[in-house]
Ligand binder design. Structure first.
Ligand code: ASP
Length: 590
């Protein structure tokens, strides 16, 4: 038997017991004639004491960091207790030890905070995973998984696996392709999601399906994206949007309670997509703080009277003028407003300037556009914005899309600067009534905003005949948003062949293309497809939010870097010629 206990287990009640432990050497501290060693495993750390006699043995058989040891010894009460460690009241007086395996010196410290850079940590991920931070993250992920499974099980959902070697499933990204040896010149596509398969399971009558499943999307990676990521994928039959929202609001409440001990009693707020864009400038608003956007002018409609007749060209020329009122900030110095202006001019934000109005606590107003707006006008503007004394009004003007996006970023930035985005506060909400289509300026065509299987609002189906009205059609689609991050989305699906064909046509697919790509789905819709709908959640992101961290990478055991590489496995890699020949492939460099 390798061990009688684990390294996180022993307490005062075990004093006097003879025990055996096995684990890794965290630290060796030689103190004169005795040596202390911290022994670590997944469960914790236990202090070992090598007395004088054993110490001589340690001279001939030295141990170092990350050696794997088995020790036998007696549990003693510690004279100086460490109340930071669960095992801190005891230590083990070692009577025997065996080096089960030696270790090379690790390339970085295996501690809470490490000196290893990202690439190094990824290359030696198996060592990185020994760090308590990573271990806690993976434990949290496991708990989220378990909690999801328990809830879904209690609601009658069946976990059904779907294949990975399939055809293209359009979710708006590029496919990862796998050549088929047995079918020369043909390729599988890895699923961007199990979307179509879960819909087919509804056609088969399985009623409630879920799966915690890998999805693959070949996209340019940002810090928070991975080419393969995990979804909690769900589908239900005979449901309307309301049923789906209620079911999965329940899931979230369950997981928050289970994993974080946070009880969310209230119903999640619901915001239409249009309201989200209007008030927050994006479709995933962080509602932990207010600071809503004031629409002074949008798409050439001037709502704020005082801006109607001005000599200020910037305002006159702008398609859109937006403002936010930043509380308790009217005392911003020149240096601070200059810095903020520079912030808005960064290429990521893309504005040419920032205008501000200070609503001073003495009741006066001061602005960066005093030349064009006297105090009475500034006051009128402030009143339109519902500004309070002490507010700093920040105004951006320009083209609709860019200005709205920039204002959304500025709002979040001010939220950060004012510490209004507390990671321990959870404010989920639903965003509903998304547009069905979005226009792709480059490709000069309409794309599905969610995916092509999403149903339009029934009362707007007739607009599918009128291409000039596509922008007006709303979908039965919804997202769940947590603290400014979209963590899931879904829709009520189309379940009639004719409507699905109409949708494909609207997206520019000819009848034969639709038949070739999705003939099986159109066919299935002829055999009694029930009304159905569902949703999928990003598990990696959900875990990182629950863990209070920015990047999803440290919630994935073996993630890829920003170039989509696994630097430990050195994947992707070239394959040998024989394999290429077998696959009937030849590599041509771009
Ligand atoms: N398949 C969708 C996605 O991956 C989710 C859904 O509509 O259920 O975003």
């Amino acid at each position: 038997m390798y061990r009688t206990h684990n390294c996180g287990e022993l307490r005062l009640q075990h004093i006097g017991k003879t025990i055996t432990l096995a684990g890794w050497v965290q630290k060796v501290r030689k103190m004169g004639s005795i040596t202390f060693v911290d022994l670590r495993d997944r469960y914790g750390i236990t202090q070992l004491l090598f007395n004088e006699q054993l110490n001589t043995l340690l001279d001939t058989q030295p141990i170092g960091r990350e050696f794997v040891l088995q020790i036998k010894g007696n549990v003693l009460e510690r004279s100086s207790k460490n109340n930071k460690l669960p095992t801190g009241e005891i230590e083990i007086e070692v009577t025997d030890y065996l080096i089960l395996n030696a270790s090379a010196t690790p390339p970085f410290t295996i501690e809470e905070e490490t000196d290893g850079g990202d690439e190094l940590r990824m290359k030696y991920r198996y060592l990185d995973l020994r760090r308590p931070t990573l271990k806690r993250n993976l434990e949290l992920r496991y708990k989220v998984n378990r909690s999801v499974r328990n809830y879904m099980d209690s609601m009658g959902f069946w976990d059904i696996e779907t294949p990975y070697l399939i055809n293209s499933t359009p979710e708006g990204a590029r496919d990862f392709l796998v050549p088929s040896r047995m079918n020369e010149g043909q390729f599988y596509a890895l699923p961007q999601s199990p979307q179509i398969l879960k819909q087919l399971l509804m056609v088969s009558g399985y009623d409630r399906y879920y799966q915690i499943v890998k999805c693959f999307r070949d996209e340019d990676l940002r810090a928070d994206r991975q080419p393969e990521f995990t979804q909690i994928d769900c589908e239900m039959s005979f449901v309307e949007q309301e049923d789906v929202l209620n079911m999965f609001e329940g899931l979230f409440k369950h997981v928050f309670k289970d994993v974080k001990g946070v009880e969310i009693v209230d119903a999640f707020p619901r915001l239409t997509w249009a309201d989200a864009m209007w008030n927050y400038g994006n479709d995933k608003p962080d509602i932990r703080f207010e600071m809503k956007i004031k629409n002074l002018k949008e798409k050439n409609n001037t709502h704020c009277q005082v801006l109607k007749h001005t000599d200020f060209k910037v305002f006159n020329d702008a398609e859109t003028i937006l403002a936010i009122c930043v509380p308790n900030s009217s005392e911003y110095t020149r240096k601070q407003t200059d810095e903020l202006t520079e912030w808005c001019k960064r290429p990521q934000i893309g504005m040419t300037g920032l205008i501000f109005v200070k609503c001073n606590t003495d009741g006066s107003y001061k602005s960066s556009v005093d030349k064009f707006f006297n105090e009475a006008k500034l006051q009128e503007l402030a009143a339109f914005c519902n500004a309070k004394t002490g507010d700093l009004i920040l105004i951006l003007a320009g083209n609709e899309n860019r200005t709205r996006k920039a204002m959304s970023e500025l709002r979040l930035e001010m939220g950060n600067r004012l510490n209004l985005r507390n990671p321990d506060e959870y404010k989920p909400l639903w965003v509903i009534d998304f547009p069905l289509f979005e226009y792709d300026d480059e490709g000069k065509r309409w794309n599905a905003c969610h995916h092509p299987f999403t149903s339009p609002k029934p009362e707007q189906i007739h607009l599918l005949d009128k291409a000039n009205m596509y922008g007006e059609i709303k979908a039965n689609a919804y997202d769940i948003v947590l603290n400014g991050t979209e963590i899931g989305g879904g829709s009520i699906r189309i379940h009639q062949r004719a409507l699905q064909e109409q949708m494909f046509a609207a997206l520019g697919l000819s009848k034969s293309e639709a038949q070739e790509k999705f003939g099986f789905l159109l066919g299935a819709f002829e055999y009694g497809a029930p009304p159905h709908g569902g949703i999928a959640f990003g598990l990696d992101r959900l875990c990182s939010l629950l863990g209070g961290q920015e990047t999803i990478r440290d919630f994935i055991a073996f993630p890829k870097n920003n170039s989509g590489r696994d630097v430990m496995l050195e994947a992707p890699s070239t394959i040998d010629n024989k394999q290429l020949i077998e696959l009937g492939l030849e590599v041509k460099h771009r």
